[in-house]
Design a protein around this ligand. Sequence first.
Ligand SMILES: [Zn+2]
Length: 272
Amino acid sequence: MKRLLQKSDLVDFLREGGVDQTRLLMMHSSLHSMGRVNGGAETVIDAVLEVLGEDGTLMVPTFNYVLEMEVFDPATVHSQTGLITNTLRKRPEAVRSLHPTYSVAAIGRHADEFTREHWKAESTGIDSPIDRIARAGGFILLLGVKHDTDSTMHVGEAYAQVPYRGVPYDPNFPRTAQVRTPSGEVVTVDLNDEPGCSTGFGVIEMPLRQKGMIRDFKIEAAKCQLVKGLDVIETTVEVLRERSDALLCSNPSCYFCTCARKKTALHPRAGE
Ligand SMILES: [Zn+2]
């Protein structure tokens, strides 16, 4: 039987992995990957916040993908990106960005700054919260998950101006949704910039490794990777300028990648 991990164990693992040398952290995570944690998701969040310190900011994706209500309600819409993220967004000190499908939640010094007016920006593109934390020098922690969960690569797709921007992930998804802004006004958000399939995103790992940009460590059974957000964005852009279909998956039944491939055939190098 695996040992029951305590918060102090997690703090030790995170420090050994170098997370204490970051202040701004975008975390993608799998609670299950670590085995048994005393206190579950709450303990993981506490441990990461302790390691980041008082000046730190922790951000997680709280994507819901499709809004199943008329107006996005940040207090009730469930996060579909893992138990840790859904637990974090419910904390009183957490700030959830106002985006009807690709919101994030953040805790810490820069939480307001990074999440502000998300409905005006691209969902996961330029000036999105994920872009902002990366450009501020933030790191990405993949905790028991791989690069196919890393939405920062969608930021790279936006900067590279991939020819498949605007292809819907699913043609049946709504193209607009509404949020209520802090002033009480209900605004309609255009969802045509939503990100597509990330199944093929693992291709980024090799170039990042070749450049020595990945720091590997473990939290008990969970394999973790720490990488700078800007390194991911810049490497994604480089890979896409070489081949604009580099991130598309090869599953023939993937609607998004099938449509996207037709567009990349016309524009083999992104941004041209
Ligand atoms: Zn695909």
